[in-house]
Unconditional design. Sequence first.
Length: 342
Amino acid sequence: MYPAEPVTETEELAQIEQSALRDVSSASTLDDLAAARVRHTGRRSRLAEILGSIGSLAAVRRGEVGRAANLARRAIESALDARQKALDEEELGARLAEDAADVTLPGDPHPIGALHLVHQIRLEIEDIFLALGYEIADGPEVETGYHNFTALNMPEGHPARSLTDTFFVDGHPDRALRSQTSPVQIRVLERRDPPVYVIAPGAVYRRDDVDATHSPMFHQLEGLAVDRDLTMAHLKGTLLHLVRELIGDHEVRLHPDFFPFTEPSVQVQVRWADRHGTARWLELLGAGMVDPNVLRACDVDPERWQGFAFGAGLDRLAMVRHGVPDLRLLFESDLRFLEQFR
Ligand code: PHE
């Protein structure tokens, strides 16, 4: 282990120190250094052996050998400690370098959201009517039977009130999720005197989930105008304007229909080319002249005031506006679909 056969302990200690310092400075890892520490200062090292044998040396030599051994030990230990510190720092530096965030890499993208298509169309239509001088009205989604039906000229026993169409609130036979936005007509006329020009967009609920093309919740947009001398011509002009603003120049026609709360009632249809380019009349919304019974229920004198009302499916309008082929796409929350309408 040691080069030349030493003559005295003192000389041997000098060799031990030299060899230990060489090993310490060449240890390139903490493991190497730990091994060197055991080899040169451990219980079974030559240094430990010499230190342990001092007591049995001739008394005249004890001082000299003891001093030399302790100096050698201190020199080796301080070299070990210094090297240990250097290697610790080196290792920490390496770990930091490895774990460090590379600030030049691109970050995690946080995609910017957008309004849902149905919300967008609502805002568009609100703008169109606000420009015509309409106001936006609102009403509760849990309605009374009176507002959702009775005041709208649908007395008890009317088929639209039947349990199969409407969600009633358990234990409250007179409370139901509104099945249309038309009760907002009543709420507005109860609160204020004509002239009244309002629209009321919102969610409505029907037990329409008979098949996958129907949803138990959808969106409508109600319109109500009550003023002096309003006629069907005003109704048609208003809705034609809506159609033109929304989808451009299309032919619009009024087709006879029936609603309990309008008389006469019409279905507004628009000439529409489907995906295959085939033109047909597409039902866009229901409308009509406000039935005198509705005005009377709200203490409005039908001899003095006339009105028209309309109710459109917002989801339907969004489909027509954007050429969406299937209603279900609106509610599946598939980003591949929704992202096309930012
Ligand atoms: N409330 C009717 C419906 O849900 C639509 C409508 C509203 C018709 C206003 C006429 C007047 O089908």
